[in-house]
Design a protein around this ligand. Structure first.
Ligand SMILES: Cc1cc2nc3c(=O)[nH]c(=O)nc-3n(C[C@H](O)[C@H](O)[C@H](O)COP(=O)(O)OP(=O)(O)OC[C@H]3O[C@@H](n4cnc5c(N)ncnc54)[C@H](O)[C@@H]3O)c2cc1C
Length: 282
C-alpha cells in the first residue's frame, strides 16, 4: 500500500529537527520506522488523517551512541537495539541490557529499532519501559524551544507515555554493587511480542536485599512498579524462604489485569526465579 502524500524532512542536527517541529503542523517523528510506517498505513486504511510531515531523526549524529560519564551510561535515543547489544560499555557496566536486547524480535528489526522508539511508541508491551523503571533511568527530552528536561520513567509511563517533545537520550545510573534479574515471556514459541516482562534490581544489605526496584509489564498497561513487593523485599531477611514468601506480597491487580491462569503462573514463577537469582548472586 502506498502512503498518503507527505513531506519527508531529514535534518542533520538536533536544533534543525526541533525548529522543524516548531514550524510545521501535523508532524510525526521517524526513528527506526519499524512501527511508524505500519501505523501510517493503518491510519490510511482506516480512513483517518495521516501526517502532512515526517521528520526523520536518522541523520542526527548527536542522537546516536553510548558513552560513560560520572552520571552513568548515556544512550542516545537513536541508538539501535543491535548497537546496544554489541556495545562493550553495556557488556561491562550493564549486562542486563544486553540480555534485554538479545530477546527483542529478530536481527533485522533489532538493526533498525531504536531505544527512543521503543520508549516513546506508546505500545504497552515494549520492553525498555520496564527496564528504564527498574534501572532508575532518566529520560531526557527537548521541547520546541530547545529546553531540556529529565523525566522519571515512572511519571512518563503513568502519563501513558504521551509527549510532544523529542527524546534525546536515556541515562542509566551505575550504582555500585547492584544486581539485576530480568525475565520475559512471549505468547508463542515463534518470534513474537512479549506477554509479560519484569526486572528486579537490588543492592545487598547485611541481612536483606535493599533499595529494591521491581518493575513489571503486564503488557496490557504501561510498565509500573510493584510497591508492595519492593517493601517486602526491603524489609525481610534474605534467606532461602524469601522467594516463595514474596509471592504472598504482590500488588495483585498488576498481575490479574486481563490475565489468564497461565500468565499468572508465569508471573509467579519468574518473580520467584528473579528473587532467587538476586539472593544467590554473590
Ligand atoms: C515485528 C516486530 C517485533 C517486535 N518485537 C519486540 C519485542 O519483542 N520487544 C520489544 O521491546 N519491542 C519489540 N518491537 C518494537 C521495536 O523494538 C521498536 O521499539 C519499535 O518498533 C519502535 O522503534 P523505532 O525506532 O522503529 O520507532 P519508529 O517506528 O520510528 O517510531 C515509533 C513512534 O515513536 C516516536 N518516536 C520515535 N523516536 C522518538 C524520539 N526520539 N522522540 C519522540 N518520539 C519518538 C515516533 O514518532 C513514532 O510515533 C517489535 C517491533 C516489530 C515491528
Amino acid at each position: 500500500m502506498l502512503l498518503n502524500p507527505l513531506t519527508f524532512h531529514a535534518p542533520t542536527s538536533l536544533s534543525e529537527a526541533v525548529r522543524l517541529m516548531a514550524e510545521l503542523e501535523h508532524v510525526r517523528l521517524h526513528a527506526g520506522g519499524t512501527f511508524l510506517l505500519n501505523q501510517l498505513k493503518l491510519l490510511k486504511r482506516n480512513g483517518a488523517r495521516t501526517p502532512d510531515h515526517v521528520i526523520t531523526l536518522q541523520h542526527i549524529a548527536e542522537l546516536r551512541g553510548i558513552s560513560l560519564d560520572r552520571d552513568g551510561l548515556r544512550i542516545g535515543a537513536m541508538t539501535t537495539i543491535a548497537e546496544i547489544f554489541d556495545h562493550p560499555l553495556v557488556a561491562e557496566h550493564l549486562p542486563v541490557l544486553k540480555t534485554v536486547c538479545r530477546n527483542i524480535s529478530t536481527q533485522p528489526i533489532r538493526n533498525m529499532a531504536t531505544i527512543g522508539g521503543n520508549l516513546t511508541c506508546r505500545y504497552t508491551w515494549t520492553e525498555m519501559p520496564a527496564v528504564s523503571l527498574g534501572l532508575r533511568a532518566s529520560l531526557h527530552f527537548v521541547d520546541t524551544a530547545m529546553n531540556e528536561t529529565a523525566v522519571d520513567p515512572q511519571e512518563f509511563f503513568a502519563g501513558q507515555a504521551k509527549t510532544d517533545k523529542l527524546l534525546t537520550a536515556v541515562r542509566f545510573p551505575l550504582i555500585a554493587d547492584r544486581r539485576c534479574a530480568y525475565r520475559r515471556a512471549k505468547k508463542s514459541q515463534f518470534v513474537d511480542i512479549p506477554m509479560l516482562s519484569l526486572i528486579i534490581s537490588a543492592g545487598r544489605g547485611k541481612a536483606s536485599l535493599e533499595d529494591c526496584r521491581v518493575a513489571v509489564n503486564n503488557c496490557v498497561e504501561f510498565a509500573q512498579r510493584d510497591a508492595a513487593l519492593e517493601e517486602f523485599l526491603n524489609t525481610t531477611p534474605a534467606g532461602p524462604d524469601l522467594p516463595a514468601a514474596a509471592l504472598d506480597h504482590l500488588t495483585g491487580e498488576i498481575y490479574a489485569k486481563r490475565g489468564s491462569d497461565y500468565k499468572t503462573h508465569l508471573f509467579r514463577l519468574y518473580l520467584r526465579e528473579a528473587i532467587e537469582e538476586l539472593i544467590n548472586d554473590e
